[in-house]
Design a protein around this ligand. Structure first.
Ligand code: KG4
Ligand code: ZN
Length: 328
């Protein structure tokens, strides 16, 4: 069994996964969303303090598994510096005290492995990663063999939902809130421009769209609930149309048989529907992670760690450091 730890942002999570069967034997996640909600975004120092409380409380529930562990895995990059170190320190302490090998797992690799929870991993696949920190299209060729073929030049897809929600005074995390509001809104009411619509560039940009939304909110002045719903629906339509427009270009240049969406924002059902259509049009099979494992969790880290374990991809306590800005 492998014990895996995730603390790269605002979720404290620990999982225990059986290596051969890939079965998840234990999983607990304590989310800090409510604690950060009043600030409209994650406050790193507060997040670190809450991890320091939550991780030991979760670990205490894993005691029966500890004698059966074969390795310890932890997210060590990318993420918030002050929160990554909480998980990494706990992983090192466990590795030393239990005499077990240690594995450092890239959080983005973890999101890709959310597709393979309790399943065999398979490659190659083209993956759209949409989270709070990243918007990337990745050619996933094998374990640790990932190539970014397109990415955002500024804000990420999830982050833009967070910012729109904040501008509307609706709280954090913005993704699920904006999606819910959008269900009651008129997506055609506001004609925001699709970012990079006339550019041949295969890249993403969300800061301009965010500004369009800000100006629209200012122009409306006193907003009622219907205005908010209409802003959310119009924004969600254009934010998704931007992804689809660039993905269409990618489908024209790369032969894609298997396509996947991962990351917290891949839980967005509107986006899922649009991407489903795109895959059908292009004869590709769409792979999705279970909704509960789209946002940050230690189960996807544990699943990635099984492949790392089978590759004997271990690291010493001295060498394992958290590297907040690492890419995939
Ligand atoms: O993967 P994740 O849990 O954390 C990072 O690695 O960043 O993703 C969190 C992000 C947040 O920006 C959140 O607003 C967004 O995913 N998100 C969504 C939805 N659910 C979460 N964005 C759009 N629609 C959703 N339903
Ligand atoms: Zn994440």
């Amino acid at each position: 069994m492998i014990l895996s730890i995730e603390s790269s942002c605002d979720d404290s999570s620990i999982a225990i996964t059986e290596i051969v069967s890939r079965k998840v034997l234990f999983h607990k996640k304590i989310s800090q969303e409510l604690d950060h909600s009043k600030y409209g975004g994650v406050v790193p120092e507060l997040a670190a303090r809450l991890h320091a409380e939550a991780l030991p409380a979760i670990l205490a529930k894993t005691q029966v598994y500890l004698p059966k562990l074969k390795a310890i895995a932890v997210t060590n990059a990318p993420g918030l510096a002050v929160t990554l170190v909480e998980g990494v320190t706990m992983a090192k302490a466990l590795s030393i005290s239990l005499g077990l090998p240690l594995m450092g797992i890239n959080h983005l690799h973890g999101h890709i492995y959310s597709l393979f929870i309790e399943k065999r991993s398979f490659f190659p696949m083209t993956v759209l990663l949409v989270s709070g920190g990243h918007t990337q299209v990745i050619e996933a060729k094998g374990f640790k063999d990932f190539e970014v073929i397109a990415q955002t030049m500024d804000d990420s897809f999830g982050e833009s939902f967070d910012k729109v929600s904040k501008m509307l005074g609706l709280g954090y995390p913005g993704g699920p809130i904006v999606e819910q509001y959008a269900q009651n809104g008129d997506e055609k009411r506001f004609n925001f421009t699709v970012p990079l619509g006339n550019s041949p560039k295969i890249a993403f940009s969300y800061s301009g769209l965010k500004n369009q939304v800000r100006l629209q909110i200012e122009a409306l002045g006193d907003l009622n609930e219907q205005d908010r719903a209409d802003v959310c629906a119009s924004f969600q339509r254009v934010a998704s149309a931007h992804l689809i427009q660039k993905l269409k270009k990618i489908f024209k240049t790369v032969i894609i048989k298997d396509f996947a969406i991962v990351g917290g924002a891949s839980a967005n059902l509107y986006l899922r529907d649009k991407i489903k259509e795109l895959c059908i049009q292009n004869g590709a099979t769409l792979h999705l992670a279970p909704l509960e494992f789209c946002s940050d969790n230690a189960v996807m880290i544990g699943r990635c760690a099984i492949d790392a374990y089978n590759h004997q991809d271990f690291i010493s306590v001295d060498e394992l450091v958290s590297t907040p800005k690492t890419s995939i």
